[in-house]
Each structure stands twice: as C-alpha cells, then as structure tokens.
Design a protein around this ligand. Structure first.
Ligand code: HC1
Length: 586
C-alpha cells in the first residue's frame, strides 16, 4: 500500500493506483473527457490535471500513478484555471452546432463547460471544418465535432482489434479517422458502433432512420411491424431516468403501440427460432463428423452478431465455413414476417414495413446486405437503435413512466427465457445448450436453474464442458463425449480465442462470439455509459426476465411450434433453408 494525501485527506491506496482512481476512492470527482475505466489511459484531453506538491507542472491524473508520500491538490485556482483553459480551447475549435447536434443535452463537453461555469470563450481562432463521412449504412462521422480525445481509437484497437481509426497529423491539424483521410466504408470497419457509444461528443453516431420510420407510420398503405431485440428492454428505461438494469418490457410495448405500429413483436421469438435452426445445424455437423466421417467444420461459431460476421469476412476467410449458416434473429424475423405473417394477413411482402429496434449499429448494415431479401424484397426495412427509439417516444410526447405494461402481439411476440438471454454474453450458448442437451438426452440440462455458471459474467473468454451420457438411441454416437464450448465477447477476445484454436491450444465443438463487450446489452446503439457496472446491471435484468418466464427453452415456445407446424415444416427443412439461412463472402 502507498500513503498519499488528496486535498490534505490522508489515505492508503494499492501501489500502481492512478491519481484519478485514488481521488474517486476518496469521493472526489476529477473531470475528464478521454478517460474510460475499461480502456488504457492516454492522457490526451488534459482536463483531469491536478497539482502535485514538489512537481512543477500540472499532471494528468488519469495517467499518473501515486507514489509514497504524494500530496495531491485537485481544486486549487491553478488547477481550475488550467481546466477551464483546456475546455475553452476545445470549445474554440469544436464545430459543435449544439442546438442541432444529436448530443445536445447529452454531451460530455457541453456538461463539462456548464460544470466549470464557462460563459464565454476567451480564445478565437480557426474552427475545425465540418466533414461528414456517411459512407457506411451504420455510422456517421463528423470530424468538425471531434475533440481528439482518442476514446474511439482505443476502443477500436484495444477492445475490438479492428484498427479502423487512428490519429494522424499533429496539433490543430490532428485528424482521427481511417488512414489517409479516407471514409469508413473504404477500410475494414465492422460497423459495431463501439466508437459511437464511447464518443463524448457528437462526432460519431448512428445513421438516423427515425424520419424513415415516421414516414412509414404516416403512410396509410403500409402495415408497419416492429420487433425489439432482447437487449432493448434492459436499457431503454435509462433514457427516461430509470436506473440501469430496470426492465421496461411492458412499457416499451405500450410506447410502440402509441407510436402507431400496427403489430408489436419480439426479436426474442426469432431468437428461439434461431436456436431451433442453429441447434439442429450443430447436431447435424456432429453427426456428419462422427458418423459419416464427412468434413463438417468444427467448432461451429454462432452467427447472430453482424459485427462479428464482418470481422470474419475481413480477417478470417479461412474460418468462414465454421460460421453457422443461420441468419441472425433480426433477419429471420424479417423473412418470416414478410412471408408467414404476410400470408396470414393476406398481404404481399411489399405491403409490410418491418422496423427493428436494435442495440447495435451494425444491424443497420446487416439489414442492408443484398442477400437479406429472402421474402423477395428487403426483409427488414429500417433499424432504430435504442437511442433513436427513445427520441421518437419523446418527440411523440409519450410520458414513458406513466405507461401501463402491455403484452406483445401474436403470433410472433412470445419468447422463452432462452430467447431473452440472447442479449448478454453467454446467453446464446446457454440457450442452445438448453435445447440441444434436451433433444439428445430427453432430460433437462443438469445445471443450476438451467444456467451454465462458467458462461456468465464479463470474463472475456469463458469455457464450459458438458458430459454427454445416457443419450437417446439415435444420438448414441455421441455417448461418452464431453461437449466443449466457449464464449467470447469483444472482438479482441474473439481474436485471442481464434488464435488459441488455430494453434491447437484449445479445442471446442461450439463457440459463441458477440462483437460487443458484454454482448448486445453493451451494443453501440445503447444508451451511452462509461461505467462497466451498467453492463452488469443490464445482464442481471435479462437474467431476471428469463427466470420469471414459465417457458425457458426455445423448443417449448408454442408460437415456434405453431410456425413449424403451419409453415416451415422442420428445422433445416427446405423452407427454412430458403428463408433462414445464408452464406458469407470471401
Ligand atoms: Fe442482439 Fe440478437 S441478441 S444480435 O445481440 O442474436 O443487436 O439484443 O437482437 O438479431 O435476438 C443485437 C440483442 C439481437 C439478433 C437476437
């Protein structure tokens, strides 16, 4: 331990602690625009400067570790003057257009200027030039608003291992973006939106689909359906003042009805459908390998996260065959809505407009992929992020807190608990195991309360082993085998796992990968946060949703059983192949 004093308050902290963390422990908030707990400190913004006795210059508290006997002052006039000067300089070159900015009222720079009492900017000079990059279907970048804090660079490199963004040039001319000032669409960006989620200002945000959705709702010829992803219900409440982890499923449904959607359905229903298809595909691969000795790529990787799919397409062609051929639940939903449900309504696919509410910006890109047209037209027409939906609810004047709890519509609104947990890391694997184990043994997965303890939590890579014994006769070829599964979230973790597999250090049958840290609850389109406890709270909310469900296994969802009986036939059948499966580009 190291003895220090902050503002004359004596305390002990572990060796290696930064001044910023020590101050937090002492209940002192030091403002910062570049520091985020889950990323390595870069000391780029200089807002967090403090005075240290015996040190001539002010030091960046996020990047300076304490030493024995250190005396730190966080609130001297020198510190206040320096912070104010830094923020004024940022404001002087920031092309903020605050009144019309997406981040107005929710901008860290704006809040900090208010907190520091900045009423005018003492510096006058050249402003950064507005330069819009709208080259991808998912994201919009405005370099004029960028404050060069480098959070996006860190998340893109450290957490996602993508490296699409980095700083170029120096001083006022520094630009953060793809190499040579190019647009995002020209580099290997997976469009996960983690940069948009972490940006403290309005320099990176999602492509806005709100006007498109209003137009669809206003068109009397459209039948407008909405589906909501598993992770929305655990985070939407944050936009209306509820604490992280508050489940708002019923109010969300009520709000969507009041916005004018003709039917409110659940992506979780399609998550159950995915388990039917993906579980069957997995068992088919095992049969091919163990019985027929045929080439069946294992481990099988899950395929519901579009950022992960793009990552594989960019960086791991050699493993594309290992990806499940299942489309994501979002796209399965769209394809089934425009065929099965359209038939029920007596409508053509073109008469139906499908809107998704997703925690993920890459879902906008996924919906726009040319192969996602199994119904004969675009299967999902518009994708709103959680933040965009919250904006629509506010614009419509809906008082979210006073809404009653309402239920989703039939026949695509019912989900099992397994569908609910798709939204957090480990959830897809757990959902799959609940069904696969029961299909081959006739017994329930023998883990506590149907959870697989090793697969939960925020560990970057998680593993579990499930011994297979006393199997049904048709699955006896798997008797005695121990099923080895793994889960990774965040693409840097996925890369570590891939390397371990390719080197032969690890061997699995089935692997879940979600591009975003924590899974979809940490998606790039979710309400923004910098405290990792938000992720834990959202995960706990989805677990609660699952545990309170009467049906917790996908194969027992009666609406899924009805869909197969009335329309699809059987998992991996001809109709499923046509609507629910896809291929990947090399
Ligand atoms: Fe996800 Fe999925 S869980 S990918 O994380 O498989 O976005 O929530 O909708 O499609 O169901 C996201 C979340 C989401 C799909 C499902």
């Amino acid at each position: 331990m190291v003895r220090i004093a902050i503002n004359d308050h004596e305390m002990e902290v572990p060796e290696g602690t930064t001044i910023l963390c020590a101050a937090k422990k002492a209940g002192i908030r030091i403002p910062t625009l570049c520091f985020v707990e889950s990323l390595k400190p870069v000391g780029a913004c200089r807002v967090c400067v403090v005075e240290v006795e015996g040190v001539r210059n002010l030091v960046a508290s996020c990047a300076t570790r304490v030493w024995e006997g250190m005396r730190i002052y966080t609130n001297t006039s020198r510190v206040r003057r320096a912070r104010t000067a830094v923020v004024e300089l940022l404001l002087s070159e920031h092309n903020g257009e605050c009144q019309t900015c997406d981040r107005n009222g929710n901008c860290e720079l704006q809040s900090l200027a208010a907190e520091l009492g900045i009423r005018e900017i003492s510096y006058r000079g050249e402003r950064a030039r507005k330069r819009l990059d709208v080259s991808t279907p998912a994201l919009v970048r405005d370099s004029g608003k960028c404050i060069k804090c480098r959070r996006c660079v860190s998340v893109c490199n450290e957490i996602q291992n993508v490296g699409a963004l980095f700083p170029q040039f120096r001083g006022f001319h520094t630009v953060i973006g793809p190499a040579l000032g190019r647009d995002l669409a020209t580099v290997a960006c997976v469009q996960c939106g983690q940069c948009a989620a972490i940006c403290p200002v309005g320099a990176i945000s999602e492509r806005d689909h709100v006007e498109m959705v209003w137009a669809a709702l206003d068109n009397p010829d459209n039948f407008v359906i909405v589906q909501t992803a598993p992770a929305i219900r655990a985070a939407l409440g944050e936009c209306f003042g509820y604490p992280p982890g508050t489940l708002v499923t019923g109010k969300m449904v009520a709000a969507l009805r009041r916005l004018g959607f003709d039917a409110v359905f659940d992506t979780n229903f399609a998550a159950d459908l995915t388990i039917m298809e993906e579980g069957t595909e997995f068992l088919t691969r095992l049969r091919k390998k163990f019985v027929e000795g045929a080439d069946a790529p294992l481990p099988m990787f899950t395929s519901c996260s579009p950022g992960w799919i793009q990552y594989m397409e960019f960086f791991h062609h050699e493993l594309l065959g290992n990806l499940s051929t299942c489309k994501s639940p979002q796209q399965m939903f769209g394809a089934v809505a425009k065929t099965y449900y359209a038939n029920k309504l007596g409508k053509r696919p073109d008469d139906i407009f499908v809107v998704s509410v997703m925690p993920c910006t890459a879902k906008k890109f996924e919906a726009a992929r040319p192969e996602m047209t199994a119904s004969g037209t675009r299967d999902v027409d518009a994708v709103l992020t959680t933040r965009e939906l919250a904006r629509m609810i506010r614009v419509a004047g809906i008082d979210f807190a006073s809404l009653p709890d309402e239920q989703m519509d039939a026949p695509m609104g019912l989900s099992s608990g397994a569908g609910d947990i798709f939204g957090h890391t480990g959830g897809v694997m757990e959902a799959a195991l609940r069904t696969v184990y029961e299909l081959i043994t006739g017994r329930e997965l023998p883990t506590p309360d149907l959870h697989v303890p090793n697969l939960t939590g925020l560990e970057g890579i998680k593993e579990a082993e499930i011994p297979l014994t006393q199997l049904k006769p048709e699955w006896s070829f798997l008797e005695g085998i121990t099923l080895r599964v793994a889960v990774a979230h965040g693409l840097a973790n996925a890369e570590r796992l891939i390397r371990a597999i390719e080197k032969g250090e690890r061997e699995y049958h089935f692997v879940e990968v979600m591009a975003c840290p924590g899974g979809c609850i940490g998606g790039g389109g979710q309400p923004r946060y910098t405290d990792h406890r938000v992720r834990l709270a959202r995960i706990a909310a989805l677990k609660k949703e699952d545990e309170h469900k009467a049906i917790r296994k996908s194969h027992l969802n009666p609406q899924i059983q009805q869909l197969y009986a009335e329309f699809l036939g059987q998992p991996l059948g001809e109709m499923s192949h046509r609507l629910l499966h896809t291929h990947y580009f090399t």
